[in-house]
Design a binder for this molecule. Structure first.
Ligand code: ADP
Length: 207
């Protein structure tokens, strides 16, 4: 049995990955979102939660019993060793669950959303194509600070830990230009959807 075409969707923080993946989802395309998986796999009661609490101490848990994600983000940004420890805990769990979900996809192709697809190697063997959501860095910063309660400094620190725009674009197979208004997303997604269906069909004429 041939597996479906796997498109890896990536882009910097605030570039519009979620907005673009929602548009694909609206066309019925199956999506695996690794950020959502990171949340699920560290929810109270999970192995991920227990490992994070053991490594970071009780301060990482809010009164509600959930992981304090803002605290955790600040902590790992201040300390590369702790960041490595967190990634070593969560990334294998995320990769295993993502592969499990991809293995039950029914469509010709699907999308796995991986913010650090190009910065980390974990999904290199899984994705067939790289789709980059692109917008100018100043626009990323504006969207992130408006949306998320992150300060401009925090947003800049996260952006500095990611590839810059030029490096990311150099590694894209396909680019979705999200420098304009949200209304420009659907038509581009429809064009890409047709391209991916055609590529999947060329690879496996039964699809
Ligand atoms: P990411 O998932 O890449 O971090 P999001 O899709 O969550 O980015 O987008 C970040 C924020 O910017 C959200 O509040 C989203 O609604 C907004 N946004 C995304 N694309 C655009 C756009 N083209 N124009 C204006 N705002 C946008």
């Amino acid at each position: 049995m041939t597996r479906p075409l796997v498109v890896g969707l990536t882009g910097g923080i605030g570039s519009g990955k979620s907005a673009v993946s929602r548009a694909f989802s609206g066309l019925g395309v199956e999506i695996v979102d690794t950020d959502a998986l990171a949340h699920e796999l560290s929810a109270p009661g999970t192995q991920g939660f227990a490992e994070i609490r053991a490594a970071f101490g009780p301060e990482v848990v809010l009164a509600s019993g959930e992981i304090d994600r803002a605290w955790l983000r600040r902590r790992v940004f201040a300390d590369a060793r702790m960041r490595g420890a967190l990634e070593a805990m969560l990334h294998p769990l995320i990769a295993a669950e993502a592969l499990r979900r991809i293995s039950v996809w029914r469509g010709a192709y699907g999308i796995v959303v991986v913010p650090l697809l190009l910065e980390r190697g974990g999904f290199a063997g899984t994705v067939d194509r790289v789709l980059v959501v692109d917008c100018p860095e100043a626009e990323q910063l504006r969207r992130v600070t408006e949306r998320s309660g992150l300060s401009e400094d925090e947003a800049r620190a996260i952006m500095a830990s990611q590839l810059d725009r030029k490096q990311r674009l150099a590694r894209a197979d396909d680019v979705l230009d999200n420098s304009g208004p949200l209304e420009r997303i659907p038509a581009q997604v429809e064009t890409l959807d047709q391209r991916y269906r055609r590529l999947a069909h060329e690879r496996n004429p039964a699809t």
